[in-house]
Design a protein around this ligand. Structure first.
Ligand code: NAP
Ligand code: 8YV
Length: 325
């Protein structure tokens, strides 16, 4: 069915200007950043048929319940843990995300964070900027040489990370819930077994209940005093208090973190430590890749409201057929 009238959509968190312009051309857009979420829901709730979200503000069961005409939620990002999927699925609402278009960008970034953390590049930069080089050479750093890298999550991005690390001539192994055939990397059926065998752990799994605090004190202790943790997944994946203690006590050597439990708030303890590299959730944050992600959000909404179904629905809310009879 071809839509002749512009559908009302709720936009939570702004995307790039050209993406916002495309939304404006095709839809009646109500922006929470501009008008306030409650005000929009109160005034237009019954009219809103789609949501475009950056995923920072959660799409809760309560919000979904207050939007009786809602059909589709288009998430800007491959991770969609901020959306209440059970509430969406119960109503037959389709959720879409932005898979694949960011794999290479996030994988490149993960290698940059890994090497920055091991070779202490931000700390060395500060050594130059604060004039300390005039007084002393920068101390020797740890190395990637001789390490074994364990990847938690061997999905689209995990594979791109593994491929890049292999080019650095260090062994790669992985843990996920299932072993995948045909991969040249050893599989560990438990995260603990893998953590006992590696000294470098990269997390690139989805957030949510199933992975909450999967990296805890026991896993960090198993990594050992030479251990490096890189988290580019979600803050919820790591028990942040346990990580802070492990870094303070040198149970592990260092951590490179792009994601945090309560973003954009980063614990003062992590900021105070010299063995951390802390980044503001920028894994995909380039003009090129954020543009591709935004375009996929727009394309999913246009496809849906043209009656052609979603382009990239998430598995928890599969498209069952035509959007409306
Ligand atoms: P994906 O293709 O779905 O891969 C997810 C991987 O995690 C799969 O190997 C999956 O294997 C594994 N996994 C899922 N649940 C697990 C569990 N409970 N225990 C162990 N392994 C589990 O996803 P992707 O596209 O690679 O993206 C992964 C995540 O990266 C996203 O969901 C997002 O949270 C994060 N991300 C962060 C940034 C950033 O800016 N920092 C950017 C992009 C993505 P099994 O199903 O076999 O367990
Ligand atoms: C985005 C991400 O920064 O894709 C994801 O899951 O975490 C990032 O690419 C984020 O979703 C945009 O807010």
């Amino acid at each position: 069915m071809i839509e002749t009238e512009r559908a009302h959509i709720l936009s939570m968190g702004e995307m790039m200007p050209d993406v916002e312009e495309q939304l404006d051309r095709r839809f009646h857009v109500h922006r929470s950043a501009k008008s306030g979420l409650q005000q929009i829901v109160d005034a237009y709730g019954p009219l809103i048929r789609g949501i475009a979200t950056r995923g920072r503000e959660p799409t809760t069961a309560d919000l979904i319940a207050r939007l009786p005409a809602l059909e589709v939620v288009a998430n800007f990002g491959v991770g969609y843990d901020s959306i209440d999927l059970a509430a969406a699925a119960e109503r037959g609402i389709v959720v879409t995300n932005t898979p694949d278009v960011l794999n290479d960008e996030v994988a490149d970034f993960t290698l940059a964070l890994l090497l920055s953390t091991i070779r202490r590049l931000p700390q060395a930069d500060r050594h130059v900027r604060t004039g300390r080089w005039l007084e002393s050479a920068f101390p020797l750093s740890p190395t990637l040489r001789g390490r074994t890298v364990g990847i938690l999550g061997m999905g689209r991005i995990g594979k791109a990370v593994a491929q890049r690390i292999s080019a650095f001539d260090v062994p790669v192994v992985y843990h996920a819930r299932r072993e995948q055939e045909g991969l040249p990397y050893r599989y560990y059926p438990t995260l603990l077994a893998m953590a006992q065998e590696v000294d470098t752990l990269i997390a690139i799994v989805p957030g949510g209940a199933a992975t909450r605090h999967i990296i805890n004190a026991e896993i960090l202790s198993a990594l050992g005093p030479n251990g490096i943790l890189i988290n580019v997944a979600r803050g919820s994946v790591v028990d942040e208090s346990a990580l802070i203690a492990a870094l303070q006590n040198r149970t592990i050597l260092a951590a490179g973190l792009d994601v945090f439990a309560n973003e954009p708030h980063v614990p003062a303890e992590l900021i105070a430590l010299d063995n951390t590299v802390l980044l503001p959730h920028i894994g995909s944050a380039t003009h090129h890749t954020r543009g591709r992600m935004g375009q996929l959000v727009v394309d999913n909404l246009i496809s849906w409201f043209s009656g052609n179904g979603p382009i990239t629905p998430v598995p928890e809310t599969p498209w069952q057929g035509p959007s409306r009879p």
